[in-house]
Every structure is written in structure tokens, then in C-alpha cells.
Ligand binder design. Structure first.
Ligand SMILES: [Zn+2]
Length: 128
């Protein structure tokens, strides 16, 4: 299963992260979103602008996956975290840290990596 189907806005966003030009979208009420979308789920605004993604985010939640589904078995164990970058939240895999060292509040940068199992692109956090 190596065929890659591009998923429009999400792949464009991964490209931007890979080029160090990450962004999130924000409505006029300050609600921030990722992946990018056209309508703010909070207030229904369609006036969303692209804002530069802060260079560092903070881990808000995390969990360690020891027994993954088969398509991720070569990645295990791995840590999935949600990190806050300004008003936007991003979900990704944490690399470059032992799972037990990842805590709420850990400061991370975001980059594009590959899943060890499938080679698919993935959002990767690295502690700073
Ligand atoms: Zn909004």
C-alpha cells in the first residue's frame, strides 16, 4: 500500500511545514485551526486567514502506543501527542525523545517525517 493519494489542503499544508513555512488558519474571532479548513467550526466564520505557525508548540496531551495497528507496527512504540501552536492544535508523532520524557508542557517543533512502516508522510514533533 505505497500508493499515495494526495489529500488536497492537507498535503499542501504538509508541503508548507516541510518548507519551514508552516501556517494555520484563523478566523476574525481568533479561533485557530489545523488542518486548514474553509469554515470556522466554532463560529461559522468563512473569513479565515493564513497565519504563520509559531516555531514552537507545547504538548497538551500525549499517549504512548505500544501495540499499533499492523500498518504502523515498525513505528512502535511511539508517542502520539496533541500540541498547541498558538490557537491551533496539531496531532503528530513525537520523535527524538524517550516516551517517558514526553510530558504536558514539553516544548516541541514540528516537521514532516515518514512513518517507518509505510513511508507515508507524517507530522512529527521534536522536543526543542
Ligand atoms: Zn471562529
Amino acid at each position: 500500500m505505497s500508493e499515495r493519494v494526495r489529500n488536497g489542503a492537507y498535503d499542501d499544508w504538509l508541503d508548507a511545514i516541510g518548507d519551514d513555512e508552516g501556517y494555520y488558519v484563523e478566523c476574525e474571532n481568533g479561533h485557530g485551526w489545523l488542518p486548514p479548513r474553509r469554515v470556522c467550526p466554532d463560529c461559522g466564520s468563512r473569513e479565515l486567514s493564513e497565519e504563520p505557525l509559531p516555531e514552537a508548540g507545547e504538548v497538551a496531551t500525549h499517549s504512548t502506543v505500544h501495540v499499533p495497528t499492523p500498518q504502523f507496527e515498525d513505528d512502535a512504540p511511539y508517542v502520539i501527542a496533541v500540541a498547541h501552536f498558538g490557537p491551533a492544535s496539531i496531532t503528530g508523532m513525537v520523535r527524538g525523545a524517550d516516551p517517558e520524557d514526553v510530558e504536558i508542557g514539553t516544548v516541541v517543533g514540528v516537521e514532516v517525517g515518514e512513518r517507518a512502516t509505510t513511508g507515508d508522510r507524517a507530522v512529527v514533533f521534536r522536543p526543542r
